[in-house]
Design a protein around this ligand. Structure first.
Ligand SMILES: C[S@@+](CC[C@H](N)C(=O)[O-])C[C@H]1O[C@@H](n2cnc3c(N)ncnc32)[C@H](O)[C@@H]1O
Length: 243
């Protein structure tokens, strides 16, 4: 079971409400700060997700927790006819809509407000579903994953990109300095929300990864579950499918 970490320690609001408020607040700075904090490697990881999805030649794709839409935009290279980016934060979606519009991709990508735990789609709708850096923000992880399984078509592909913790002690020491010191400091200096980057780093270090997340996916009913650690294990790509 994933440990519950909320953005605002002294708030009684649900995790979902706090997460929505936090991403609404940081939406305009998200892309810039993200690139700095990840040294731009996040772009490479997202491209790998796109490659894996492209191999399955999907006609339609759902990108959950799409945020400002970077993965949804990259997924257009799969030649899918329809891509839906879904997110709970309208602030993040609005930034994404502007990017999509400036790239003339409105005909392919639609940005939809919604909750991963109650997806507004019929069963067996999508050939491929992706979530990048989203699952650790779900209030009820298993409920969100069960909804994803429900709307994925049989034989469809589900790909998660999420932070993880390096197992090698030397890499882990570097990772700890980065997440516990550098990330919160950058957040404090440059973010509109002084605690957002504490939450993002704390939730990253406590979220299940590798075999632990594989087992949760299998328990929900996904098959062909594999995990592919990236860049010394600081992020992991998970691939799964539906029987
Ligand atoms: C760290 S951002 C990742 C955005 C984007 N996928 C990326 O790779 O940059 C996490 C996103 O998850 C969204 N999110 C959190 N909980 C959600 C939920 N229950 N349903 C849909 N989106 C959610 C947040 O609003 C936020 O935009």
């Amino acid at each position: 079971m994933a440990e519950k970490v909320n953005p605002y320690k002294d708030s009684d609001a649900s995790k979902k409400k706090q997460v929505t408020q936090m991403f609404d607040t940081i939406s305009n700075e998200y892309d810039g700060l993200n690139r700095v904090i990840s040294f731009g490697i996040d772009v490479k990881w997202r491209n790998k997700v796109v490659e894996m999805v492209a191999k399955t030649k999907p006609e339609n794709i759902l990108d959950i927790a799409t945020g400002t839409g970077d993965l949804a935009i990259s997924l257009t290279s799969t030649n899918a006819k329809e891509i839906i980016g879904l997110d709970i934060s309208d602030g993040m979606l609005e930034v994404g809509r502007k990017k999509i519009n400036s790239k003339n991709l409105d005909g392919i990508i639609s940005m939809v407000i919604g909750d991963s735990e109650d997806l507004p789609f019929e069963d067996n709708t999508f050939d491929a579903i992706t979530v990048a850096f989203g699952v650790r923000n779900f209030e009820h992880l298993e409920k969100g994953l069960a909804e994803i399984l429900r709307v994925l078509k049989p034989n469809g592909i589900f790909v998660i990109l999420e932070t993880s913790v390096p197992t090698n002690p030397i890499y882990k020491a570097g990772y700890n300095v980065h997440t516990k010191l550098i990330m919160p400091t950058i957040g404090k200096l440059f973010s509109k929300d002084k605690v957002a980057y504490n939450y993002l780093s704390e939730s990253a270090s406590l979220f299940p990864y590798g075999e632990a997340l594989n087992n949760i996916l299998r328990k929900i009913g996904f098959i062909n579950v594999i995990d592919l650690p990236q860049t010394m294990g600081v992020a992991t790509i998970y691939s799964a499918s539906k029987a």
